[in-house]
Design a protein around this ligand. Structure first.
Ligand SMILES: [Mg+2]
Length: 160
């Protein structure tokens, strides 16, 4: 079984445009970490924002028995982490969720060697690759930016 880490924002849920929209509306910078620390993620953790059938695809990945499936998500606050865990646990009764403090690299939270990271952010993928991990970019436009790329999580089943 291969270790597999799946990003949340921009892979499972399409939260990024919603967060930017909220920041614009509040008149703050889209990179204002203080704004995101206080943002109520519960308002955007909804099934209607699921990207490319991701929840069903994760179930297929689990059922394939090829992967040890984990969710690895950056969080701005403990509350955001708790809300994300609740959302994920509503859909999967037995899955590992790792919440990573925003200022810490995902590579510092888990063993990277030989493990797959699916992420939409190439910065995370670059770090992952430099620590011996296998990076896969998630992009609805199939823009790999130099990495292997998928637009559906269940594509991993044929890739590995
Ligand atoms: Mg992301």
């Amino acid at each position: 079984m291969k270790q597999l880490y799946i990003d949340f924002d921009g892979v499972i849920l399409d939260t990024i445009p919603l967060l930017y929209e909220a920041a614009d509306k509040a008149g703050v910078s889209r990179t204002d970490s203080n704004f995101y620390s206080n943002f109520d993620f519960k308002t955007i953790l909804k099934e209607k924002y699921v990207l490319c059938d991701s929840l069903n695809c994760i179930q297929k990945l689990i059922d394939s028995n090829k992967f040890d499936v984990n969710i690895l998500t950056h969080c701005n606050s403990i509350k955001e982490g708790a809300d994300k865990v609740r959302f994920i646990r509503k859909h999967f009764k037995d899955i590992t969720v790792i919440i990573c403090p925003k200022e810490i690299s995902k590579t510092k939270m888990v063993h990277t060697e030989g493990a797959i990271l699916v992420d939409d952010y190439s910065g995370n993928l670059r770090e992952w690759e430099s620590e011996g991990g296998i990076p896969v970019r998630f992009s609805t436009k199939l823009n790999g930016k130099g990495f292997k790329v998928i637009d559906r999580l269940d594509s991993l089943i044929d890739m590995f």
